[in-house]
Design a binder for this molecule. Sequence first.
Ligand code: P1T
Length: 381
Amino acid sequence: MKFGTKAVQSGNGPDPATGAVMTPIYQTSTYHQASPGQHKGYEYSRSGNPTRASLETALAQLEDARFGLAFSSGMGAEDAIIKLLKPGDEVICTNDLYGGSYRMFVHIFQPLGIRFRFVDMGSTEQVAAALTPATRMLWIETPTNPLIKIIDIAALTQLVKGKGILTVVDNTFATPYLQSPLKLGADIVVHSATKYLAGHSDVVLGAIMLDDEELRNRLFFIQKSCGAVPGPMDSFLTLRGIKTLHVRMERHCQNAAAVAQYLAGHPKVAVVNWPGLSEHPGHAVARKQMRAFGGMLSFSLKGDSQADAFKLMEKLRIFTLAESLGGVESLIGHPATMTHASIPEAERLKAGLSNSLIRISAGIEDAEDLLADLEQALAAV
Ligand code: P1T
């Protein structure tokens, strides 16, 4: 089945109780038992809920995975994955990743004895050099947030094959429409479904997709024991969003291309990070592992002034200045003070996250309006 058909049909099926075509919102915390232990598959909504079950089926189908698990947020999903580890274990992570992931790794799990090493994963040699006998996980995010770097998933999964190291790919920016990490050898895919999967900036939700049954059972045990589960309403909204994922992604990618090309030709812009540009260092790998180049881009200004970046963002009328990404409306943000503020300045600058870096989530509006908005705002800087 092709992707669009899967997206529309996934998790569907007439509701067994009523025949409803759309999965109903089963807004219940608990379920009747005829006699203790005798129930229809559900006993308590932390361990299972029919609306969430439909979503989990849909999530698995999107990534062509055997299993899907839904969480109350992307961070809830990431938290469950790190809980697969134990003190003394090491994780090698990309040095350019969502600031909230960095914060949880360094401030929650590092004090519990799990070690995180941040390396430039664009270089397979650097990852190879960072491996130690204690390495148990590679944490890959590609395209990265917010520098939109590309990491070669197949090269890294190949590197650690047979070494007892799990490879996790945060596929939030690419979505399953553009990139299939499991097919490239990854063990676990994680998403902030808050973004493109739900797609309308109206829900916070996380997802894990994977093929290995033993790992799935461990993650399910963590999910029900620790309790970071989404409610039925949020599960429903995400299911509804998924049905148009392929259509939205086409337009997100087209608009990002138009914005990236416009910015690349603007005299006040220093660098544009978007893998569809032929000069982007990850262009060739992106061509190989992605169906198209995605809706996310970032750019910096000549002179690298934070004040100029702020002025530009304040002038924009169509782009909304806000955290998050992947909704139908175009968003703009300043990673250094917003999404990535928890990364110490020296480390941030070392990774290339400069003071004037501006991140754009290209929405699905008309590209002409987006370019005109940027034009008038850049004129004011
Ligand atoms: O916000 P939440 O659903 O908990 O997802 C966390 C998360 C995980 N992974 C990536 C790549 C992300 O970008 C995020 C959340 N990011 C933002 C809120 C942001 O504006 O970048």
